[in-house]
Design a binder for this molecule. Structure first.
Ligand SMILES: [Zn+2]
Length: 152
């Protein structure tokens, strides 16, 4: 058994099935926040399923993260509830949640930004980066981009 992201429901139908009513159009839509009870502070990304409350700061990267947070479920239980926990003929393996906590994201950004800054400082003083160091800098850029995407 394993998690199959492709089986997650379409964000709009999922959120509507959770009783949310969208009061705006477009990619990011406005709705109520069930976490603190605000009537119009939640923004939902209709493409990725990401959500973010402008008032209480509750957020996550997809409908699975929402389902976990809204119903107090562990990752696997939420994936099962959404039909995204499928039999692939292999035994279950432990999966990490895909949505990072804001704290982890900030720590990652701090670490990667520091690494890039140090590399840039080296270059400024005439140090030639090795191939591995150059790859690591590119990896940092990739990680930063992914984290930013996660919270967009
Ligand atoms: Zn809220």
């Amino acid at each position: 058994m394993s998690f199959d992201r492709n089986q997650l429901p379409d964000p709009v139908s999922y959120y509507e099935s959770e009783g949310l009513i969208f009061t705006s159009r477009g990619k990011w839509r406005t709705t109520k926040c069930v976490f603190h009870g605000g009537s119009d502070s939640m923004r939902v990304n209709t493409e990725t399923g990401g959500f973010m409350c402008m008032a209480c700061d509750e957020k996550g990267g997809d409908v699975l993260a929402y389902h976990q947070a809204a119903h107090g479920l562990e990752f696997i239980d939420a994936a099962k509830a959404l039909g995204a926990w499928v039999d692939d003929g292999r035994p279950a393996v432990q999966h990490k949640p895909t949505a990072m906590s804001p704290r982890d994201a900030l720590q990652l950004l701090e670490r990667e930004a520091m690494l890039v800054a140090v590399a840039a400082g080296n270059v400024a003083f005439g140090v030639v980066l090795s191939d591995d160091e150059r790859k690591r800098v590119l990896q940092s850029a990739g990680r930063i981009t992914r984290v930013v995407e996660m919270f967009k």
